[in-house]
Design a binder for this molecule. Structure first.
Ligand code: CUA
Length: 332
């Protein structure tokens, strides 16, 4: 292939790499909340204005180059023009209107997305950790990690905080990107418009495992959400003998130093709350499917799964890891 033809393929390759078109869970083009729909309106305005201006400027440039190119027969310089009031006024005033057309919805969407929560909103305190997310529902008495459930069509107001470094909360199809800043509370609110799971990702570099700091928002029907809240509020079911033995392994290995399991003596808030960890679809903040093999792998060698992880390698034996894994799986 000639180099020029290969060059022509470049834009196609770029579109492919940008994952345009296609049904991608992280695509911002699929808006499934009131907030992301507003963002897409702004995105559309910026895109079409930019495209129009690109065509006008490049068209004018190409026309000028063709129309006024030197023939080689000129004996004097062409007429020299300096300044044109009408043109200069046009290309000053016109951009002002274009920028207003973009700025007004941008500013109003920013303010609207962090306005005070309405009375019927579900409020969530989201805390960025290295490298996972804690989600607390203060009015509902629920604490969970990395998987936030919200009801369809109801306002969700999230208070974003960090007690360590900068993180950024981002679920492309439901929310804007908004930073989690130590010593400051940021707000974001939205109404989900589609049932299902929506992937999120920390969007601010925050250390070794920034890229592995994933999470998800599960949009439930209001009935399913109420059931989820009831189940999450309950303490861990520790009645069975098997779970007593499992908890002993959990305790003697040292897991209790960082984790809480409500209904037991484990009450530390350093790591994620594990009271209902068995009900989550993923572990290690959205990077491993929640199954026995992955739990064992994760607790036996956290640094291998997530480089720099604050989860300590407790040098568990394979037997210890098996009984802790079995116990964790009972925590539905
Ligand atoms: Cu947290 Cu990047």
């Amino acid at each position: 292939m000639k180099p020029t033809r290969a060059l022509l393929l470049l834009p196609l390759l770029m579109v492919f790499l940008a994952a345009c078109g296609g049904d991608h869970p992280m695509s911002t083009l699929d808006a499934h909340s009131d907030l992301t729909r507003s963002i897409n309106v702004i995105y559309g305005r910026i895109f079409w204005w930019t495209l129009l201006l690109f065509i006008l400027v490049q068209g004018g440039l190409i026309y000028t180059v063709m129309r006024f190119r030197a023939t080689g027969k000129e004996t004097t310089n062409p007429e020299q023009v300096h300044g044109n009031i009408r043109l200069e006024l046009t290309w000053t005033i016109l951009p002002v209107f274009i920028l207003l057309h973009i700025a007004i919805p941008t500013v109003s969407t920013i303010f609207e997305s962090q306005a005070p929560a309405s009375d019927d909103a579900v409020t969530v305190n989201a805390l960025g950790k290295q490298w996972w997310f804690s989600f607390e529902y203060p009015e509902l008495g629920v604490v969970t990690a990395n998987e936030m459930h919200v009801p369809l069509g109801q306002e969700v107001a999230i208070r974003l905080q960090s007690d360590n470094v900068l993180h950024s909360f981002w679920v492309p199809q439901l929310t804007a990107k908004r930073d989690m800043v130590p010593g400051r509370v940021n707000h974001i609110k939205f109404k989900a418009e589609k049932l299902g799971e929506f992937l999120g990702q920390c969007a601010e570099y925050c250390g070794d495992s920034h890229a592995l700091m994933k999470f998800r928002i599960v949009v439930d029907t209001p009935e399913d959400f109420a059931k989820w809240v009831e189940a999450q509020k309950a303490p861990a079911d520790t009645v069975a003998d098997a779970s007593k033995a499992g908890f002993d392994a959990f305790q003697s290995a040292g897991c209790v130093a960082c984790h809480a399991i409500r209904g037991t003596t484990a009450a530390s808030i350093i790591g994620p709350d594990l009271t209902h960890v068995g009900s989550r679809t993923m572990i290690a903040s959205g990077i491993l499917e929640n199954n026995a093999a992955n739990i064992k792998k994760w607790i036996m060698d956290p640094g291998e799964v997530k480089p720099g992880s604050k989860m300590i390698d407790l040098n568990l034996t394979s037997e210890q890891a098996d009984s802790i894994t079995a116990y964790i799986q009972t925590l539905k």
